[in-house]
Design a protein around this ligand. Structure first.
Ligand code: ZN
Length: 695
C-alpha cells in the first residue's frame, strides 16, 4: 500500500509541468551553479547542494567574513536603497517628508569623504573631552577631577556600554511593563576565549596594536599608549573572567533577578554611586525603591572588586577607549585602516566594503524606518504582503495540526501549547506607520541632523535612540513596535511579545517570489517562518506563556520528556566538528530546535498547499527533480555559506546558530521524509537511522 502511494507521488511529479520562463531558467541555473552533482546526496547533502558554489573563488568578497544567500540578498537590497538615496528629493509619494529628507542628509554626509578628512581628529577630541577626557591625550588630565558617574552616564548617553550594560526593556514576568535592566558586558571582544583561550596571545597582540595605533593617531605618546594598552587589556581580561559563559545563560528563569536600586547600590560600593549615575543618565532621580531586573548579579558584585583594584587613570583609559572604539568607523581613512588590520586579525576580512555599502548600512542603522518606507514602496507590493500572509497562515496551521502528534506531552500541556501557538502575533513586511508621512515624521521629530559631518549626525542619532529607550520606562509596553527595520534580511521571534516578525527585506527572491515553484518558496521562506514560530517552543521560548510572561505552564512529566528529546539534539550537534573544534550543542540548542521544527512545519504546509490547491507545482528546467527534492534543495541552498577560517572558529563561540553546514545536515538526518525523497538507503550518512525529534 505504502509503496503504491510513493509510486503514485512519483508519477504525479513526473507529470509536473516544466517551467521554461526566463525566470525559471535563471533560477534553475543559479541553483545548479551551486551544486556538485558528483557528490551523493545521501552521503553529504550540503556538499551536494553547495560545494561547487563554495569552491568558486569569485564567490567570496574580500570584505566579508561570511558570505551566502543572506549576505547576497542584503547586498542587493543595499543596491536598491543606494539608488533610492541617490534619487530621492526628500518626498514620499509626492509629499515632503522630513524623515525621508533626514535619511538623505545622513547618507550624503556619510558619502562625503572630503569633509571627514578635513575635520580630522577634532570631532573625536571633543567627544573624548565630553566623557571626562583621556589621560593619554590630555596632559592636564587629573584623577581628582574625573567624575565617574558623570562620565559613565555621558558614555551611555552616546550608546556605549563600558563596565556593564543598562537599558530599559520588557519585564520578563509582566510583558506590559517596562523596567530598568542591568547585564554583564564591558569587553572589547565579546568572546571570552580571546582573553584566555589557546589563541589569546594573538588577540592580545592585535588588541594592543589597534589601541596604540588609534590612540597615537589621536595624539598619544608612543610609550604611554603602549602602557595604557597593556593596562586596559589586563583590566578587560579580568572582566571577561567574571562574565557568565553563554552555555550558562540559556535559562531565562536563572537570569532573572528582581532587585531594588537600593539593594543594587551595595554591589557598586566603592566605585560608583548608583543613584547619582542613574539620575544623570535618566535626567531625573530614580527612587531607591525602584524595582530593576538584574541579569548578572554576581558579575556586578565581582566587577566592583576588579574596579576598586586599579587606578582611576586605568578606568579613564578604559572608558574612553570604548567610546573611541565605537566611533572609529566614522573617522578619516588612517583610522579605518587601523580598524581593518584589527578586523583581519579577528575575522579574516581583507578589505573594507565599498563606501556606498558602508553608508547604506549606517544610514539604515540610523534612520531605518524612513529608508524602509522608500524600500517597501519600491520592493514590496500589497500583493506580496497578502501572498506571504497566506503562506504564513499555512505554516501556522501545519504547526498547530502537528501538536496532537507530540505524544510525549500530556494533554494539559499540549492544550496550553496550542493556545500559545494561536496567540502568536505575526507582523509582515513593515509597520503601518511608515506609510503615513505625518506619523513617520513624528517618529523621527526629535532626531535633528544639524551638522555637516556624519560624525556629528551619528552622535545626534545615538543620543536620540538612547533617550527613546530610557523614556520607555514611563509607558506601558508598545506592542506595535518593530525591533527590525523593513529592509533587513532577517526575521525574529520575541518571547515577551509572543510575536513573529518578517521584514520586507527577507521577503524577496530567492526566499520568496510569487512566480517561483512553491517547493522553493516553502523550502526557503516557509522554513524561516516555521523556524521563528518554533522559537516560541524552544528551550527558552517555551518558558514564556501566551502573554509573553515567564510563567511555568508545563507539567513536570512534559518537561522531563522535552528535556530528553532536546538532549538528543544537544548530543547530535555537539558531535559535529569545524576545524577539529566541536560545535556547542548547548548554546545552539534553541536555534537547532527551531531549525528542526521549522522545516517540518514548512514541509507539512507545502503538502497541504499541493493537496488543497489542486495546482500541480512546476518543475525547473535542467533539474530533473521531484517537488519534494526541490523543497529540500531550496532549504539547503539557503544556508550555503562561506566562512573565513578565523570567523568559522569565532562563530562557534559567538553565534547562537549552528555552523551553516550542520544547520542542513543536522536537520535532514532527522527527517525520514528527506531519506524517502532522495531514496537514501538505510545506513547511508544522511539516513543513519538515529533521529532526534522535538516539534
Ligand atoms: Zn532563530
Amino acid at each position: 500500500m505504502s509503496a503504491f502511494l510513493v509510486l503514485q507521488r512519483i508519477q504525479l511529479d513526473d507529470l509536473m509541468q516544466v517551467c521554461s520562463s526566463p525566470d525559471c531558467i535563471e533560477t534553475s541555473g543559479a541553483m545548479m551553479s551551486q551544486m556538485d552533482l558528483s557528490v551523493d546526496p545521501c552521503s553529504d547533502f550540503y556538499e551536494y547542494s553547495c560545494a561547487r558554489g563554495l569552491q568558486d573563488p569569485s564567490f567570496i568578497p574580500p570584505d566579508k567574513s561570511k558570505w551566502g544567500l543572506f549576505s547576497k540578498l542584503d547586498k542587493r537590497n543595499k543596491a536598491v536603497i543606494k539608488k533610492l538615496m541617490d534619487e530621492t528629493n526628500g518626498t514620499y509619494e509626492g509629499v515632503n517628508s522630513s524623515a525621508v529628507y533626514k535619511s538623505k542628509v545622513y547618507y550624503d554626509t556619510c558619502m562625503n569623504a572630503t569633509i571627514r578628512e578635513n575635520l580630522g581628529i577634532d570631532p573625536m577630541l571633543q567627544v573624548i573631552d565630553n566623557v571626562g577626557s583621556w589621560p593619554l591625550t590630555d596632559q592636564h588630565w587629573n584623577a581628582n577631577d574625573w567624575d565617574v558617574e558623570e562620565n559613565l552616564a555621558m558614555a551611555y548617553g552616546y550608546g556605549v556600554s563600558p563596565f556593564f550594560s543598562i537599558f530599559v526593556s520588557t519585564d520578563d514576568k509582566n510583558s506590559n511593563k517596562q523596567m530598568i535592566c542591568f547585564d554583564q558586558g564591558g569587553t572589547t571582544f565579546s568572546d571570552y576565549n580571546r582573553y584566555s583561550g589557546n589563541e589569546s596571545e594573538k588577540f592580545h597582540a592585535a588588541f594592543v596594536k589597534y589601541f596604540r595605533s588609534v590612540s597615537q593617531l589621536l595624539g598619544a605618546e608612543e610609550s604611554e599608549s603602549a602602557q595604557a594598552a597593556e593596562e586596559v587589556w589586563q583590566f578587560e581580561t579580568k572582566i571577561s573572567a567574571i562574565q557568565t559563559k553563554p552555555e550558562n545563560r540559556t535559562d531565562p528563569w536563572e537570569l532573572y533577578h528582581l532587585m531594588t536600586i537600593g539593594q543594587l547600590k551595595q554591589d557598586f560600593s566603592g566605585w560608583l554611586n548608583l543613584s547619582r549615575f542613574v539620575e544623570v543618565l535618566f535626567e531625573e532621580a530614580i527612587p531607591d525603591g525602584e524595582k530593576v531586573i538584574v541579569y548578572a548579579p554576581d558579575f556586578l558584585s565581582n566587577l566592583t572588586s576588579i574596579v576598586n583594584s586599579v587606578e582611576k587613570s586605568v578606568l579613564a583609559n578604559y572608558l574612553t577607549w570604548h567610546m573611541v572604539l565605537s566611533l572609529v568607523p566614522l573617522m578619516p581613512l588612517s583610522f579605518r585602516l587601523a580598524m581593518l588590520d584589527f578586523e583581519y586579525a579577528q575575522s579574516g576580512v581583507q578589505s573594507s566594503p565599498a563606501l556606498w555599502e558602508e553608508c547604506i548600512e549606517r544610514t539604515t542603522g540610523t534612520i531605518g524606518f524612513a529608508v524602509g518606507a522608500l524600500f517597501v514602496k519600491k520592493s514590496f507590493s500589497e500583493d506580496s504582503k497578502q501572498n506571504v500572509q497566506k503562506i504564513l497562515d499555512g505554516i501556522r496551521n501545519a504547526f498547530e495540526e502537528s501538536l496532537p502528534e507530540t505524544s510525549w506531552m500530556d494533554v494539559n500541556t499540549r492544550e496550553r501549547a496550542l493556545d500559545k501557538a494561536k496567540a502568536i502575533i505575526d507582523k509582515i513586511g513593515y509597520p503601518d506607520f511608515i506609510k503615513q508621512p505625518a506619523e513617520l515624521d513624528a517618529y523621527y521629530e526629535k532626531l535633528k541632523f544639524e551638522g555637516t559631518s556624519e560624525f556629528n549626525n551619528s552622535l545626534a542619532a545615538r543620543i536620540f535612540y538612547v533617550k527613546k529607550n530610557l523614556l520607555k520606562l514611563k509607558n506601558e509596553t508598545d506592542r506595535t513596535e518593530w525591533a527590525m527595520s523593513p529592509e533587513m534580511v532577517n526575521a525574529y521571534y520575541s518571547p515577551a511579545m509572543n510575536e513573529i516578525v518578517f521584514p520586507a527585506g527577507i521577503l524577496q527572491k530567492p526566499f520568496y517570489d510569487a512566480n517561483y515553484p512553491k517547493s522553493l518558496v516553502y523550502g526557503a521562506i516557509g522554513m524561516v517562518m516555521g523556524h521563528e514560530l518554533t522559537h516560541g517552543f524552544d528551550n527558552s521560548g517555551r518558558k514564556y506563556d501566551k502573554h509573553g510572561n515567564l510563567h511555568d505552564w508545563w507539567t513536570n512529566s512534559s518537561v522531563t520528556a522535552f528535556d530528553k528529546r532536546t538532549q538528543c539534539l544537544v548530543e547530535e550537534y555537539s558531535a559535529f566538528k569545524v576545524q577539529s573544534e566541536n560545535l556547542n550543542g548547548l548554546t545552539t540548542l534553541g536555534e537547532n530546535i527551531a531549525d528542526n521544527g521549522g522545516i517540518k512545519s514548512a514541509l507539512k504546509a507545502y503538502k497541504t498547499w499541493k493537496d488543497e490547491s489542486g495546482v500541480r507545482d512546476i518543475k525547473l528546467p535542467g533539474l530533473n527533480m521531484t517537488s519534494e527534492q526541490l523543497f529540500f534543495l531550496s532549504f539547503s541552498q539557503v544556508w550555503c555559506s562561506y566562512y573565513t577560517p578565523q570567523y568559522a572558529l569565532q562563530s562557534l563561540v559567538t553565534d547562537p546558530h549552528s555552523y551553516a553546514k550542520f544547520r542542513v545536515i543536522g536537520v535532514l538526518k532527522n527527517m525520514p521524509e528527506f531519506a524517502s525523497a532522495f531514496q537514501c538507503a538505510k545506513g547511508t550518512p544522511m539516513n543513519s537511522g538515529e533521529r532526534c525529534s522535538v516539534w
